[in-house]
Write a protein that binds this ligand. Structure first.
Ligand code: SF4
Length: 288
């Protein structure tokens, strides 16, 4: 039924996944190999409806539905409205529909269109920010500047749809670690998303980034430097609104969770403890 590979956010582990698009509309980030094997395609509405019917017959109930692949929000508004309406018709018990939205596809939609999508059941948009630093965004080929990420984030917030964003620790390498953490913290503060996930950079062999590492153009941070960067990002996040903070992806060296700004100091203490213990461990290893 699925066209593999299939990805979804960790928080959608128990959701029914309906693949309304294949691949990523951008597909150019230099660190990402997720959809390299796929040509971006929006499935015909007829086919999507047929799949929804099949899922109903297989799964019965579905309270949470995630629309895959990498940028389902790029679907033209009338088609997207039809998909949401049909889901509600076939799965009336469904309480939450979510999808990945690239910054560009958010910016292409008007605020009224986003509000209409919310009315039809779209509960949350996952947006990859990666960094708030323009040089890093340009280097990784994100396709947008930090000002566009800010506008996209604020637009989702204004629509009333929940916003979950991810940033990548280590994506600035050794050269931009300070600027990446400061500017990412600032951008998150200005957007004040509902959820923030911090991932750690994972190197994939079939990427442009891998070539840059091999040639010495990009210097990868150590685990300790990544932790210090996450601490620095946290120190630069200043919001009044609540942000649910998660650093619990498989890529992370230290698992962290809490609510910002309430738990910020506690999270920083946890990082300091891990750094201290690591220093002690390294010292013991050196003595042995
Ligand atoms: S937008 Fe996301 S899925 Fe698409 S290439 Fe970039 S990181 Fe990969």
């Amino acid at each position: 039924m699925y066209n593999m590979p299939l990805y979804r956010p960790p928080s959608e582990a128990y959701s029914l996944i309906i693949q309304v698009t294949l691949g990523c509309s951008h597909n150019k980030c230099n660190f990402c190999s997720m959809y390299k094997s796929k040509k971006f395609t929006i499935k015909p509405l007829k086919e999507i409806k047929k799949e929804i019917d099949i899922f109903r017959s297989i799964y019965g109930n579905a309270e949470k539905i995630f629309l895959a692949d990498g940028d389902a929000l790029i679907i033209p508004i009338d088609t997207l409205k039809e998909i949401l309406k049909y889901i509600k018709e076939v799965f009336p018990e469904c309480k939450r529909i979510t999808l990945y939205g690239s910054p560009k596809s958010i910016l292409y939609k008007t605020i009224d269109e986003l509000k209409e999508l919310k009315r039809l059941g779209l509960s949350m948009i996952y947006m990859g920010i990666e960094s708030g630093d323009d040089l890093v965004l340009n280097y990784i080929n994100k396709g947008v500047a930090s000002s566009e990420l800010l506008n996209a984030g604020l637009k989702v917030k204004e629509s009333g749809i929940l916003l979950s964003v991810t940033v990548i620790a280590g994506i600035g390498g050794k050269d931009r670690t300070i600027e990446h953490s400061i500017n990412t913290g600032k951008l998150i503060s200005n957007i004040s998303p509902d959820f923030l996930g911090v991932l750690s950079l994972m190197i994939e062999e079939n990427t442009e980034l891998y070539k840059d590492i091999s040639s010495g153009k990009f210097s990868v941070l150590s685990d300790i430097e990544v932790l210090k960067e996450i601490k620095n990002i946290l120190q630069n996040i200043n919001t009044k609104g609540k942000i649910v903070f998660r650093c619990n992806h498989a890529s992370n060296y230290l698992l962290l969770r809490g609510d910002l700004p309430k738990d910020r100091e506690q999270l920083i203490r946890e990082i300091d403890n891990a750094l201290e213990n690591r220093d002690i461990r390294d010292e013991v290893e050196r003595m042995l």
